[in-house]
Ligand binder design. Structure first.
Ligand code: DAH
Length: 339
């Protein structure tokens, strides 16, 4: 009897089925009333008394084994049927849409690359600043209008805590802790208390550049900026420097590039002048070097600062600065290929 049970068990464990109908046939064959396993129960009455316990146990085990096997076969086939009608597991995955880089980041990285090729590194400083780094050390006299509440966001409780209005503050931080030679770019977000319009925003981004060493001259500044303009706007770009004033540079200048849209012939972007203003620059004022404990008789330097929004608007013909901050994907998606 035990031999027979073992044989049926082996038979069952070898079974495979290809359809739910086949499984049903197996159920009938083994565990229906007249099935092979049920038949064993009928034979059980002929088993000698001293073997009843062992054989009874073995038949029960076999019945459970058969039930489990049949249930498992049925389950496998049912889930397979479901995926046949629903999910095709062999299909390739949906392509995942990559995000695109923000146009300001694209232009910022391009500017980093251009200056990296002539040895500029990158340094950063805090957005929440004090008067010394944003104004005093940069040679702003105490009554200078740029300190005015109208331009600068101050903290009400403490007039010495403010949001930086320009990245020139990072010049000071770097010069305070580094002796020349210094050749660095300072990118970052700046804040001004201005009404938001198509042309101006209370938050924008600047990149500042600083080069301090022995014998740095205005000619170095001009050549560096010419190289930069040609790399950014194209080989045929020309520059012009107009005298200007900033407290932290002497002499100071503003730089125009020939209009990249009309090539200098005149259009509505350059207001028919052929030129676009893109940055302020100059030779670092000796007072600024001295404020940072750099010997102004030994060292000279140049600095420049530009707004990334403005340059990006000119480069891509964007007419409204607010686009940069709204994060409308219909706007952002257009820069996918510019990565
Ligand atoms: N900090 C100036 C601004 O925010 C820009 C600037 C002008 C930076 C001349 C400079 C510079 O380093 O030399 O308008």
């Amino acid at each position: 009897m035990l031999e027979k049970i073992k044989a049926i068990r082996e038979e069952i464990s070898a079974i495979i089925a290809f359809s739910v109908e086949e499984v049903e046939d197996l159920r009938i064959k083994y565990i229906s009333k007249k099935g092979k396993v049920s038949q064993l129960f009928a034979d059980f009455k002929n088993v000698p008394v001293d073997q009843k316990k062992e054989v009874g146990q073995a038949i029960n085990d076999l019945k459970n084994f058969a039930l489990d096997k049949i249930n498992q076969l049925r389950e496998n086939l049912e889930s397979k049927t479901e995926s046949d009608t629903g999910i095709d597991l062999t299909r390739p995955g949906e392509p995942m849409k990559l995000g695109s880089r923000h146009p300001l980041s694209i232009v910022k990285n391009e500017i980093f690359d251009i200056f990296a090729r002539i040895g500029f590194i990158i340094s950063e400083g805090p957005e929440i600043e004090d008067d010394w780094h944003v104004f005093s050390a940069l040679n702003f006299p105490p009554e200078h209008p740029a300190r005015d509440m109208q331009d600068t966001f101050f903290i009400e409780k403490d007039p010495d805590v403010l949001l930086r209005t320009h990245t020139s503050s990072v010049q000071i931080r770097v010069m305070e802790r580094t002796q020349p030679p210094i050749r660095s770019l300072f990118p970052g977000r700046v804040f001004r208390n201005e009404a938001i319009s198509a042309r101006s925003h209370c938050i924008f981004h600047q990149i500042e550049g600083l080069y301090v060493d022995e014998n740095v001259s205005f000619a170095d500044l001009k050549q560096t900026l010419l190289y930069f303009a040609k790399e950014l706007f194209g080989e045929n770009t020309q520059i012009r420097l107009r005298p200007s004033f900033f407290p932290f540079t002497e002499p100071s200048a503003e730089m125009d590039v020939s209009c990249s849209i009309c090539g200098g012939k005149g259009c509505n972007v350059c207001k028919y002048t052929g030129w676009l203003e893109i940055l302020g620059c100059g030779m670092v004022d000796p007072n600024v070097l001295e404020a940072c404990n750099i010997d102004s008789r030994k060292y000279t330097g140049f600095a420049f600062g530009m707004g990334i929004e403005r340059i990006t608007m000119l480069k891509y013909g964007i007419k409204d600065i607010r686009h940069f901050f709204e994060n409308d994907v219909r706007f952002l998606k257009q820069f996918e290929s510019a990565l």
